[in-house]
Design a protein around this ligand. Structure first.
Ligand code: HEC
Length: 129
């Protein structure tokens, strides 16, 4: 009997937690420093820093907000307010030519939640926040 009560409590907690999670995912304010830069660090930085093949080939450094906003040697990859027309999003979603999808090569693509964070951040104005 005691066990059953415990089980119910666990279930209830789990559903409450996941309900909160969904709500949070809706559209919370995304922070560059807390949400976006850590993703860049994990998925991109090893190649897009001084000496890395990505920076050498494209001119794109992903070490900081200012570097990201400067873009590649061809220009910006972010259009503040429009994730749809931002090259960065096209690349991480794999909508560009296969040879150009990022992360480069056979790397694992970003998780959908990670891409959503980046998209929301751009749609919210790509702020230095
Ligand atoms: C394994 C190394 C590697 C990783 C990891 C990597 N890149 Fe790259 N990136 C490259 C290379 C190499 C190029 C140059 C591609 C070329 O010119 O063929 C490049 C080019 C680019 C470009 C310019 C594309 C263009 O239009 O010329 C962008 C934007 C970019 N990377 C973004 C990212 C992002 C965002 C991530 C993380 C999600 C990432 N990269 C992860 C190696 C990498």
């Amino acid at each position: 009997m005691k066990q059953r009560v415990l089980f119910a409590a666990v279930l209830l907690t789990a559903t409450t937690l996941s309900a909160c999670g969904d709500k949070k995912e809706a559209t919370r304010a995304v922070s560059f420093a807390n949400d976006v830069q850590p993703l860049l660090n994990a998925y991109c930085l090893e190649c897009h820093k001084p000496g890395g093949p990505g920076l050498e080939a494209s001119g794109l450094s992903l070490e900081s907000y200012d570097n990201l906003m400067k873009g590649t040697k061809f220009g910006p990859i972010i259009t503040p307010g429009s994730s749809l027309s931002s090259t960065l999003v096209t690349l991480v979603e794999g909508r560009a030519d296969k040879s150009l999808k990022m992360p480069h090569g056979e790397r694992k693509p970003l998780a959908p939640e990670a891409i959503k964070l980046i998209r929301d951040w751009i749609d919210q104005g790509a702020n230095k926040n």
